[in-house]
Structure formats: C-alpha cells, structure tokens
Design a protein around this ligand. Sequence first.
Ligand code: NAP
Length: 415
Amino acid sequence: MRGGVAPDHPKIKKVADVYDRTARKPYFRFIGNVDIGEDIAISDLQQAYHAVIFAYGASESRRLGIPGDDLAGSYTATDFVGWYNGHPDFTDLDFDLSQEAAAVIGQGNVAADLARILLTPVEHLERTDIADHALEALRDSAVRHVDVIGRRGPAQAKFTPKELDELGRIEGCQACVDPMELELNPESWEELEDPRNRNAAKNMELFRAFARNDQWDAERTCRFRFFESPVEILGEGRVQGLALRRNRLEGEPFRQRAVGTDETGRIDCGLVFASIGYRGTPIAGLPFDPDANVLPNEKGRVLKNGKPMRGLYAAGWIKRGATGLIGNNRACSTETVQCVLEDAANLKSAGRGGGDDILRMLQKRDIQAVSYAEWDLIDAAEREAGAAHGRERRKFVHVADMLELAFRNGQRGRS
Ligand code: NAP
C-alpha cells in the first residue's frame, strides 16, 4: 500500500485502517525490519512456527529486453513508482524529467498511475503523501506529452475504467486517440459484448470520447496508441526516440495475441517507461517457478516437486502472479487460510516458540526488529511532519531515519 498505491489515490490507502485494526489485536505480532532469506532463514521460520504464509508480493520490474533498453532516460515503471512513493529501495534513483515527450509501454493501471503522475499539474500533488524528492523533481519537470502504447487493441487494454477516466480529467491535459485505431476485428467485438467484460466495454466508450477530441495541440496530452510493440529504444547516449512495429491480432476471442507485421514506425521521445508488469523474486530455501515468477503452489500450499511442503503457504501476487487489485487479495488469502485450517490438525504435532523464538534469533544476530509500537512512532512522526504542510504525511524515505526515530526514546539501544 505504502510503496505501490499512487499518492493521489488516498481513498485506496484507507485499506491500511483494516490492517491496522488487525495489527492491534492481542494475538497479532508485527516484526518489522527483517529480511527473510538473509536475516532469518526459511528453516528458522519452520522451526519457530507451525505454519508460515508468504505474502511478499512481486517487487521487481519486467524489462523490455530490446536494444537501447539501457540508455539514459529508459526506465521501468516499478522504479518510478517506488521512487515517487518514497520506497527506501528506490529513493536514491535519479529520474531526468527534462524531456517534453515520454512513452509509456503497457496499458495497465500502473501505466495509468505513471502517466497521471507525470501529467498532473504539480500543485495537485502538493497535498498528497508523494515523496518530497519526487515533488521537487516534478515541479521542474518538462514532461508535457505522454504516449501510452499497447501491443494489442483498445478492447484488450487492461486499465480499469475509473483509472482510464482519470486520464481524461487531468487539468490542462487532453486525452486523445486516433479514431482509426478504434476499429475492431470481429473477435474483439465479441469480447466487448460478453457481459463479464464490462470494464473493456466501458473503456471503449472512454476511448471513443477521447477520439472525439481534436485538440492534439493541447499544452499537455495523453495519447493512447494501439497495436504497436517497441523494437528498439533509439538514441545516442540518451533516449531520443522509439522504434515500433505494427501488430495485428490473432486468435480466438479472449485469447488474441499480438503478432508482428512488416509495418514499422518511430516516435520521438526523450523518456521511455516500461510498464509491462511486475515480477516476483525467489527467496533462498523456497522453491520458485521462474516462468510464472511465483512460489509454485496449489490453492496456496507451496509445492516442491509437485508435493505440498508441510506448513508453508503463499498468498497474493507471489501466489498467483502480479495481477489483481488490492481487493482481489481478499479472496486469494481466504483460499490460502482455508488450506491452513484444513491442514491444522496435522501441523500441530510439535510445540514451537513462535515470534519469541524469532526475536531471540534476531537479537543474537544483532538485527534491530521493529515492533508495531515502534512503527506507530514512525507513523505519528510522519503525520505530524505532514500536518505542518497541510499534508496527510511526509514520508521518511531512508530506513536509517525511521530506525533512528523508532529507537530514539531509548527503550532499546542501537546496535
Ligand atoms: P497489467 O495490468 O498486467 O498490464 C500490463 C500491460 O503491459 C498490459 O497492457 C500488457 O499487454 C502489457 N505488456 C506486457 N508485456 C508486454 C510486452 N512485452 N510488450 C508490450 N506490452 C506488454 O499490469 P500492471 O499495470 O503492472 O498492474 C498490475 C496489477 O496491479 C493489475 O491487476 C492492476 O490493475 C493493479 N493495479 C491497480 C491499480 C489501481 O487500482 N489504481 C494501480 C496499479 C496497479 P497485454 O495485455 O497484451 O499482455
């Protein structure tokens, strides 16, 4: 929530209140600032707990893997999102926003967030919890035109209509589409007519409305392009353009794939952001499916060589891949917890020390664990710092500063 949800979506962040209520229950213990696989091994967890649920998400970006991908000005959405949200792992990245035109590859909600943050007049972000360094960089940003590029067509764009609609409502910015690109093949019409595909039908209406805009020369534009795949990021020393290949769709409705044609094109742009999905990463000691980038599992039971590993479970993006809204995780985790309950009788055999064991191990290894009471101190300090500027919070963006604050009261010395 903190590192992924866009700063101008405070309502979505309200979900934290639900987690907060759970965290304050007497049977819940939060142990923060611990890196599983480094500070604590999987075998340590197995020794301490009867059941362990891994819900560590998907934190890495998928790269385009095309020539020019490594040029200055070519970025991934993951890095940019982590940076503007003040995630400590991304805080020290540098984004050069001195260019007028940017291309975003991918048409999911992350691409929508990214395009919106780039195009929103900075005064609308000043009251949000966006990281201070991002606010300052966006204040000086020269970015005025963003092309959001899909390899398939408008009927296959993955935005949710609310997020797409927002892109049409940015102050001083015109959302536009070339009407020719909204022509659909019969398979896509069939997809749109399916009642389970209401989001796509609503998106299509929005695209049609954007296509009626003839203000391509607006000061800021968000242009949607379809049926194009990037083949090379062009430039000498830094990004200067993007070479694209035209695609056509092939396959049954809902299984249509983008297939390259001989037709090519190029656009001029100084920035490229790949927003083609997130990738889960392995943890030493756990099996990993390198194709799906998830923990191999059945309904949440982690599998090794096709067999469930006793007491190990997965939920969320690391269970099913990096798709789905926060709400989708509810059903996903219910399914996992159901498995834990079904297995419970067989898991209870030996007594385990639980969190006390883990805390003892951490202390021995000189790792400073953060309790929920200490997180409360960090949270309160951020809110206080924000209130002085009429903002929800001002985030700490370095772990060392958070720890300094959390342990300042001297209950626990720094090691
Ligand atoms: P996504 O929804 O899966 O979108 C990924 C996009 O990248 C798709 O348009 C996909 O096209 C395209 N793509 C993938 N590989 C490509 C390639 N090699 N070349 C060109 N295009 C490629 O993923 P996401 O945007 O990262 O979002 C992840 C999940 O988080 C989604 O479920 C999203 O809804 C959710 N989320 C929600 C919010 C919100 O509610 N505000 C905000 C952020 C994220 P194809 O369709 O052709 O594969």
